[in-house]
Design a protein around this ligand. Structure first.
Ligand code: PEP
Ligand code: MG
Length: 581
């Protein structure tokens, strides 16, 4: 049994067999073949070995010709490794005697060689481990191992382990087959983590190097609550986790009884509790868990899960589906927030040095109207079916807001001229997720109908910390006093101008932090569907006076650690069953 710690990003625990994706994106879903098929499997392996040998010979010749002999020697050494009699004997034994699938045998043997080399403590030999893994990649490629695009071809009940997973790869995971996942890279606020919550997949990210210790098919536990993964757990650990899963299920069942009750404090203050969604199908979970509306619809995921660009009709279909499913409840459609860690399967033409500070979100939409206009048209068209609100992300300057609003007017006029049914009077708002927007909020607020605080980006840009980087994850805290001051100021400005303001960043889905937000004056929260009943329970367990006391005390603290410790303490008094177990 081995245990690794990372960043917990999604509640729940998954127990099952591991599927490993290597850097090149190969997954090896099948471990064994029938005994009768093992001879053919061995032939397949030999053919792959020969093909890789030819490839290495060609690489060697080409490199000698184009560079020099000493560089070409790298491939000569790899060739020698590939022909190593011990290696070939071990592969033969696994396929013929143990009936392992050829790709599985290759992955097992090469990873154990690489690990052994790394453990010798000699930097030169450790480098050879990379050569071993390079040969593995060539062999897997030859064997036609399923690559990442085949994530949707995973075997049932898999737990996916990978060095990294992009938000779009995560969004493409088949929830009926994948039980959970864990990655070496990634931070708490990255969109991979957010998608994991949307899919309600137990997940741990930012673990650091661990993949080489995992073998395909190995029993593993992913504890998304505490941020732990356990490889090959012993019987006692397994029992403990299985009991914990039963307890969690029971808690969720109890909380589900609150679904249709109002999110109201004990002294009668009603909070609007809405849901964040990435995909139209999530509205079912929103309704089941009693969301008052959709407070954030991240429309960019329409791009992230497909090869080709969505048409106006695709946008319209998706939005209409959501709006029609939510009669009488507001649906806040956020315009495309593409860029930074949310890039589609078609990578951008030019890589940026600082993508989080680059051409992302509203900046990208304004620069690329062919992208933006169809979306705006679709939103205004879908608005005839219900209560649609339109929101712009990452607004930093007043010029951006004005330009975006002007474009809405232009497409509204076009639609009217074309005689296409649409609504032109919908509320238009902006996200508050850049410190500049907070500082200038008294100006912005005259030109919007509503505001929504995006604490994920607000924390990132206030604290100068990349939300998806595991190396600085400890600094990434929406409870940092600097972030709290910006939130408090935004709420004050909104209240003074009587403009509705909500919080749709992940902060609001943490029950303890949600109470703080209420104390700061927030009366509208939007959280992933998974968190609706937990947050409602927290709201129904307190009075507004208690929340205000909490906020007053918190604003005297100097550091996020103090804030969170105090908040957990108060949550323990007010709603102990919501404390992380
Ligand atoms: C945010 O930044 O808080 C937010 C809600 O938007 P996203 O997480 O999609 O960037
Ligand atoms: Mg954001």
């Amino acid at each position: 049994m081995e245990q690794f710690h990372g960043i917990p990003v999604s509640s729940g625990v998954a127990i099952g067999p591991a599927v490993v994706l290597d850097d090149e994106g190969y997954s090896i879903p099948r471990c064994h073949v029938a005994q009768a098929a093992s001879a053919a499997e061995y032939d397949r392996l030999l053919a792959a070995v020969e093909a890789v040998a030819r490839l290495l010979e060609t690489n060697q010749e080409e490199t000698a010709r184009r560079i020099n002999d000493s560089t070409a020697a790298i491939f000569a050494a790899q060739l020698q490794m590939l022909r190593d009699p011990r290696l070939t004997a071990e592969l033969k034994r696994r396929v013929l005697e143990m009936c392992q699938a050829a790709d599985y045998a290759v992955s097992q043997v090469m990873h154990s060689y690489a690990t052994a080399l790394r453990k010798l403590g000699n930097p030169l030999l450790a480098e050879r481990a990379e050569d071993v893994l390079d040969i593995e990649r060539h062999l897997l490629h030859q064997l036609g191992a399923v690559n990442r695009r085949g994530l949707d071809m995973l075997a049932d009940s898999s737990i996916v382990f990978s060095r990294s997973l992009t938000p779009s790869e995560t969004a493409g995971l088949d929830r009926s087959k994948v039980l959970g996942f864990a990655t070496e890279t990634g931070g708490p606020g990255g969109h991979t983590a957010i998608v994991a919550k949307g899919l309600e997949l137990p997940a741990v990210v930012g673990i650091g190097p661990f993949i080489d210790n995992v073998t395909v098919g190995m029993q593993v536990i992913v504890d998304g609550e505490r941020g732990i993964i356990i490889l090959d757990p012993d019987a006692e650990t397994l029992d403990r986790y299985q009991e914990g899963m039963v307890r969690l299920r029971a808690l969720l069942d109890r909380l589900s009884e609150l679904a249709q009750l109002p999110a109201e404090t004990s002294d009668g203050v009603t909070i609007q509790l809405s849901a964040n969604i990435e995909f139209p199908h999530e509205v079912a979970a929103c309704l089941e868990r009693g969301a008052d509306g959709v407070g954030l619809y991240r429309t960019e995921f329409l791009y992230l899960t497909r090869e080709e660009e969505p048409t106006e009709e695709d946008h319209y279909e998706a939005y209409s589906q959501v709006v029609k499913a939510m009669p009488g409840r507001p649906v806040v459609i956020r315009t495309l927030d593409l860029g930074a860690d949310k890039v589609g399967r078609r990578a951008p033409d030019q890589a940026e040095h600082n993508p989080f500070l680059g051409l992302r979100s509203i900046r990208l939409s304004l620069k690329n109207q062919a992208l933006f206009r169809p979306q705006l048209r679709a939103v205004l068209r879908a608005a005839v079916h219900g209560d649609v609100w339109l929101m712009f992300p990452l607004i930093t300057t007043i010029g951006e807001l004005r330009q975006a609003r002007m474009l809405v007017n232009v497409v509204a006029e076009d639609l009217q001229e074309e005689g296409i049914p649409c609504r032109t009077d919908i509320p238009i708002g902006m996200m508050v997720e850049v410190p500049a927007a907070v500082l200038m909020l008294d100006r912005f607020i005259r030109e919007v109908d509503f505001l929504s605080i995006g604490t994920n980006d607000l924390a990132q840009y206030t604290l100068a910390v990349d939300r998806s980087n595991e190396n600085v994850a400890d600094l990434y805290q929406s409870s940092d006093p600097a972030v709290l001051r910006l939130i408090a100021r935004s709420v004050e400005v909104a209240q003074a101008h009587k403009v509705p303001i909500s919080v749709c960043g992940e902060m609001s889905s943490n029950p303890a932090r949600a109470l703080l937000l209420l104390g700061l004056g927030v009366r509208s929260l939007s959280v992933p569907p998974q968190a609706l009943t937990k947050v409602k329970k927290a709201i129904r367990s307190v009075s507004m006076e208690q929340c205000q006391e909490i906020a007053e005390r918190v604003m005297t603290f100097d550091a996020a650690g103090e804030v969170d410790m105090y908040l957990l303490d108060r949550l323990g008094d007010l709603a102990p069953e919501l404390l992380p177990s």
